[in-house]
Ligand binder design. Structure first.
Ligand code: AHG
Ligand code: MN
Ligand code: MN
Length: 315
């Protein structure tokens, strides 16, 4: 059995970069512990404050963010932190070469109901500034707090999965993940149908028509409502995830955030042979204009992403 420390030592990357990933993994172990007993310790419900994006923070959002800050500020290799829960980027008092962008706890609507949530992160070169394309990411990963606690990592070439054991150690349980090229499973919040554009509507209508429609095959729909859980399913057995631009989210540029949700997930999916797009351009090639920038997100199995792109190309 290979554990995370052994695996990181074997990777052909700067050991300082590996240490940043190890710090996020360590923060995730603590977050997992808090989540497991939150209803007993009373760490549930709202925190009573809103973040810069106007979203009500839950107590667990704040606790998770504090744990990430604690682990990263101890690591001299990290000089900058961008977090969903912090209005501004935090500059630590060191010259560390790395920047971490994180969604400390993804899936707010699933907190307090015991459904999988996660921690997403992206590692970048701190000397290149706060606003960089996703293609510049040096590492990306997430922890998924589900029936098992999983850590999914990539330095851009391949994707590996670790599982948290009883002793608090991450054990390598899968390597070289491949997103199935074809799939009959899609994930989208269909309650937003009245806001959809023609491309989203056309694609989903074809899926619903199944073998009787233009797609010529049957589809199934799954929407956990935690991006981490939906993407984890897609990495493990294929499928497509869509949070497209719609008429309600258009003014904000989308729903999900580019730096710490879309980019790390796009890197992971692409490193596993899947594809990602906004509908019009590659997510990883978008130049951000703000640290909390939002973006339309479509990613997963190559054939399905190509079908959505074809709908967008029809104009
Ligand atoms: P967060 O909890 O970090 O704000 O992110 C929630 C995101 C994402 O996890 C999920 O895919 C999406 O919001 C769900 O949106 P809906 O509530 O519109 O389904
Ligand atoms: Mn999120
Ligand atoms: Mn979050």
């Amino acid at each position: 059995m290979t554990n995370l420390a052994q695996w990181l030592a074997d990777q052909p990357v700067d050991p300082k970069l590996a240490s940043v990933v190890a710090s996020m993994a360590a923060a995730s172990v603590e977050i997992a512990r808090v989540l497991r007993t939150a209803p007993i310790s009373g760490q549930t419900g709202l925190a009573g404050q809103t973040n810069v994006q106007g979203e009500a923070q839950k107590a667990l959002d704040v606790i998770s963010n504090d744990l990430v800050v604690k682990h990263l500020e101890r690591n001299a290799e990290v000089s900058i932190l961008v977090s969903e829960e912090l209005d501004e980027a935090v500059h630590f008092s060191n010259q560390g070469a790395y920047l971490v962008a994180t969604d400390p706890l993804d899936g707010s609507s699933n907190l307090d109901v015991n459904v999988t949530v996660g921690t997403i992160f992206s590692v970048l070169d701190a000397t290149a500034g706060l606003l960089q394309k996703g293609s510049a990411q040096l590492a990306a990963g997430y922890a998924a707090y589900g029936p098992a606690t999983s850590l999914v990592l990539s330095f851009g070439q391949s994707v590996s999965v670790f599982t948290l054991d009883e002793g608090g150690d991450w054990v390598l349980t899968a390597e070289g993940l491949r997103v199935a090229e074809a799939s009959g499973e899609y994930a989208i919040n269909t309650a937003r149908e009245r806001f959809w554009d023609a491309a989203t509507r056309g694609y989903v209508e074809e899926n619903v028509a199944g073998e009787t429609g233009a797609a010529g095959k049957r589809y199934n729909m799954r929407w956990v409502g935690s991006m981490v859980a939906d993407i984890h399913r897609i990495l493990m057995r294929g499928g497509i995830f869509l949070y497209p631009l719609d008429s309600e989210t258009a003014a904000k540029g989308g729903r999900l955030r580019l730096l710490y949700e879309a980019n790390p997930m796009a890197l992971l999916v692409e490193a596993a042979g899947g594809r990602s797009t906004t509908g019009h351009e590659s997510i990883l090639e978008m130049m951000p204009t703000g640290i909390h920038q939002r973006v339309p997100v479509i990613l997963g199995s190559a054939e399905e992403v190509a079908r959505v792109e074809a709908w967008y190309a029809r104009g």
